[in-house]
Each structure stands twice: as C-alpha cells, then as structure tokens.
Design a protein. Structure first.
Length: 276
C-alpha cells in the first residue's frame, strides 16, 4: 500500500507540474503576442521606447554634416528629423541620430537599427519595393561638379577618357552610366571620400544631386557646378513597409512645417534661398 501511495503521489506531482508549466507557457505566449503587435505598430513602439532613431548622413554639408571638433551633426535633414521627433513627443531632443550612407541606409532600416531614413534619399520605383516613402520633402536634381577652368561643361563633354566619381548605392551612379555610357564611373563609400578623390585628381568630375554638390562647392570654392540638372531627384523620408501610423506622423509633420512657414525658413537657412 505504501508503494502504491508513493507512486500515485508522484504521478499527481508530475501532472501538477505539467499544468503549471502549461499555464506559464500560455502567459508567455500572450506577452509575446503583445510585443509582436507593438512591433508591428512602429509609432507605438517608438513611443514606448521614448525616442525616435533616425538614420542621417554625417558627410553631406547642408543636409547632414558632423563637426569633428564638437561631434555635433547639423543640416537640413537634421532639422527635419528634430521636427518629426517634436511632433511625436512634443520634444525635439527625444531623438537619436545614427550615421548611414547611401549603401547602408536601407539595410539598417530593415534590420531595425533605425526607425526612419532622412538622408537625401531619392524616391524611386525600385526603392518603393523595399521601403515606404513619405511625401516629397525636398526637390533636387543631379548635376556635375568640376574644378574651375575644366573643359567639362556638361554631359556632352564626358568622353571615354573621362572619369566620373560617384557614391555607392546612390541613384546618381546608375543615372550617370545611363546618361554618359562612354565615361568611366568610379564609386566611393561616401561623399567626402568622393570629393577628396576629385581634389586629388582621381577623376575629372563628381556627380550627385545639385544640393549636395552645392555643399561641396561651399567647402572649396575652387570647384563649381556645370551643365545644369539632368535628372529630377525628389527626396522622401523612408520607413519600413507597412508602418502606416509612423508614416502618417511624418507626413503630418511635413504639412505642419509647410503651413506654418517653418519649412521655408529651414530651406533658406541651409540652401540660401526659399523653395520655388
């Protein structure tokens, strides 16, 4: 009898443990589902975290440039990012900036390292397959930067002997190959590397959006833009696909900036002129 009783008690104990574990598993599953729901709603996840994480460029004068002395990043894109953070939190300081390049920005977004890309990113049909874009927040156009006195005056001047410098992962590199198929295109990791290469004589022209080239021209007045714009480059703010509430918050921010005149002020502050 004692053996039977011990065996029965053991079985009851095992059964009780299994029930407890099942109960814990059920609770854990509910919590996980809740976390997944929060993750699916990008805006809610950002609010719970308490800050907006934005990918910006650190090497693009006028839009996003890091001062090596102070460590501060400034530019038109940075001020747009601050405005989005202020719209979401009521406080523009609830913002974390992370460096991206044309090559890395979409990967960082898709990996969840950043919430949004505000980094001179042209809206294109190809990129729309990977990310969702906001309304256009800046209109640029691709151009050429050359040393003053250069025989290059535009696309028609580019020959098989011409080396044109561009940045990896940019629409500019693709466009220049289509517009000037005879020219040699050399690609660099970022704009500063490309500009340094131009100044070192590794190429005769550098191509990207006119707005970015203007920043380089300000850095060194020995260089100038030529040939006018040969593409249209509408910039958009990118978020993960399906993040509709976050995208709406961004578009609402852009509408507010334009309606209250703040957008015009930022445009004039950084680009020197009001938008057309």
């Amino acid at each position: 009898m004692r053996k039977r009783y011990s065996w029965s008690a053991l079985m009851l104990l095992i059964l009780s443990c299994l029930l407890v574990l099942a109960g814990c598993g059920g609770k854990q599953g509910t919590a996980t589902s809740g976390n997944e729901a929060a993750a699916a709603n990008g805006l809610e996840a950002i609010k719970q975290r308490g800050k907006l994480v934005v990918g910006v460029k650190y090497d693009t004068k006028l839009f996003g440039l890091k001062d090596p002395a102070s460590g501060k990043v400034e530019g038109f894109d940075i001020d747009i990012a601050k405005a989005v953070a202020k719209h979401i939190f009521g406080d523009e300081t609830k913002l974390e900036l992370k460096e991206v390049t044309s090559k890395t920005r979409i990967t960082l977004l898709q990996n969840g390292d950043i919430d949004a890309i505000i980094a001179t990113m042209t809206i294109s049909d190809e990129r729309k397959k990977q990310v969702d874009f906001s309304d256009v927040y800046f209109n640029a156009g691709q151009s050429l930067l050359v040393k003053k006195g250069s025989p290059i005056t535009g696309l028609e001047s580019l020959t098989p002997d011409t080396k044109v410098l561009a940045v990896k992962g940019s629409t500019s590199a693709k466009n220049i190959r289509e517009k000037a198929p005879k020219a040699t295109v050399l690609e660099f990791e970022n704009y500063q590397d490309a500009f340094n290469a131009l100044k070192a004589g590794q190429g005769q022209a550098l191509t990207t959006d006119n707005s970015i080239l203007l920043g380089m021209q300000q850095q060194d007045p020995n260089y100038t833009l030529v040939g006018g714009n040969f593409t249209e480059e509408p910039y958009g703010i990118a978020v993960k696909k399906g993040q509709t509430e976050l995208l709406q918050a961004i578009n609402d921010t852009l509408k507010e900036l334009k309606s209250n005149g703040e957008y015009d002020k930022l445009h004039e502050q950084w680009l020197g002129v009001k938008p057309e």
